[in-house]
Design a protein around this ligand. Structure first.
Ligand SMILES: O=C(O)[C@H](O)CO
Length: 421
């Protein structure tokens, strides 16, 4: 009873505070998935408000999974306003309205265009910190953020295995024609076993080519090699000693068991990877050098029955060239998690039965998506409490283990050095 009374008193306090803050309109208290929250409006946009009395205001542009992220922000004395705008991709206009005239930090999405317009709006509202809910940050102009004295966080270290596993799933689905076969069954076309029905490619002992052997590329390479005894050929401007040493040890283990030892070779050019791979998987960042990397010329170098995987960023492949290549080479296959003009596909792609296509879900495991939320929130909460920037690559202390043992640090701030943090 007294708890209920407390809630009612809190609600009354909220009505007063929201009007005092001048950010949100009249609020209604309700039970949300994470305890009590308030429904209100910020700049005319519906928001869910948590810890309404918090001294700092943090805007979150999309509903996020898990609870740890919210606890981190509210314990840092933040009033958290989660946008309930129905737009799937939050526009700049909406974000500016959400920021309003007073905002300390924003937790935003990879689909949003974070350039000078938004960073100066944030700076004008007194804000000093932004975190992308993603490891990739090609949607963020980090230089513009630095000019506006806004720190930019991202979420490395919790996407690695989840993303690599989806890339493996795409590879297997493409190699063994799983999606085509599934559609065939659902359409009621199966009339009986046949020697020629949905014959695909065997991966065992073949070669997997990797463009970009960072955390995700290396994890994918290991999964493919350990699972299917594939040789690895990779291109990366920096050698991955860790991957090479691991594969050397794995090769020795196989040899000791009387099996063929696998190899792991770093090559000088991307062309070599495209030529050698039975599978080529793209794991590089999107930049001027990698945009349209998988174009007509590079696709033309691939084996006629090879498989191309992209779970990195859409514009790394040239989608019109890829559609033409898929059409001209029915034994060639691809697995795509990302698209050049996301969320759209180039004409003809959806008609290619030799393409497996999924909607940018490579990081979509419960653990990873909650972990990304925690890291993004910790980036913001850390800056607002003037905590240092975490100096180790291991992000697990933030996302696993007891809440009171979360390091007092911002896990990853991309412009830390430029901002003198
Ligand atoms: O960059 C990222 O974090 C991923 O693309 C999200 O899935």
């Amino acid at each position: 009873m007294s708890a209920l009374l407390g809630r009612v008193q809190q609600a009354a306090g909220l009505l007063q505070k929201t009007s005092l803050l001048g950010q949100a309109g009249p609020a209604i208290l309700y039970a949300s998935a994470r305890g009590f929250a308030a429904e209100a409006e910020a700049g005319g946009i519906p928001v869910e408000v948590h810890n309404e009395g918090g001294s700092k205001r943090v805007v979150v542009t999309k509903e996020l999974p898990g609870e740890r992220w919210l606890k981190l922000l509210t314990q840092a004395d933040c009033r958290v306003e989660v946008s309930k705008h129905p737009e799937v991709i939050t526009s700049k206009d909406t974000i500016k309205k959400l920021i309003g005239s007073q905002c300390d930090g924003v937790l935003g999405q990879l689909t949003e265009d974070w350039g000078s317009e938004l960073f100066s709006a944030l700076q004008k509202a007194g804000g000093s910190t932004y975190s992308n809910y993603a490891v990739g940050f090609n949607n963020v102009d980090v230089g513009a953020a630095t000019e506006s004295k806004v720190s930019v966080g991202n979420t490395p270290g919790v996407l690695t295995e989840t993303t690599a596993e989806l890339a493996v799933a795409l590879t297997m689905a493409a190699a063994r024609r799983v999606v085509e076969a599934d559609s065939f069954m659902r359409a009621g076309k199966y009339e009986g076993w046949l020697p020629t029905l949905f014959v695909g490619a065997l991966l065992q002992n073949k070669t997997v080519g990797i463009i970009g052997a960072g955390r995700i590329g290396a994890a994918y390479a290991r999964m493919m090699s350990e699972g299917h005894k594939m040789d690895i050929v990779y291109y990366d401007p920096y050698p991955s000693k860790k991957l090479e040493e691991y594969m050397k040890g794995y090769g020795e283990l196989l040899k000791s068991q009387g099996e063929r030892p696998v190899t792991c070779t770093r090559v000088e050019t991307m062309e070599e990877v495209f030529k050698a791979g039975d599978v080529v998987s793209l794991h590089c960042a999107l930049d001027e050098k990698t945009k349209h990397l998988a174009d007509k010329k590079m696709l033309g170098m691939m084996k006629e029955d090879a498989i191309l995987i992209n779970a990195a960023r859409g514009p790394i492949h040239h989608e019109e060239d890829l559609v033409a290549h898929l059409k001209a080479n029915p034994n060639f296959r691809c697995g795509l998690d990302v698209f050049e003009d996301e969320p759209h596909m180039k004409p003809g792609l959806a008609d290619c039965a030799n393409a497996v296509i999924v909607p940018h879900i490579a990081s979509a495991s419960q653990w990873t998506r909650s972990g990304m939320a925690t890291l993004a929130a910790a980036n913001i909460a850390g800056r607002l409490q003037d905590f240092p920037v975490w100096d180790k690559p291991d992000m697990l202390p933030f996302v696993d283990g007891p809440f009171d043992q979360i390091p007092k640090a911002s896990p990853n701030i991309l412009n830390a050095k430029d901002l003198g943090l």
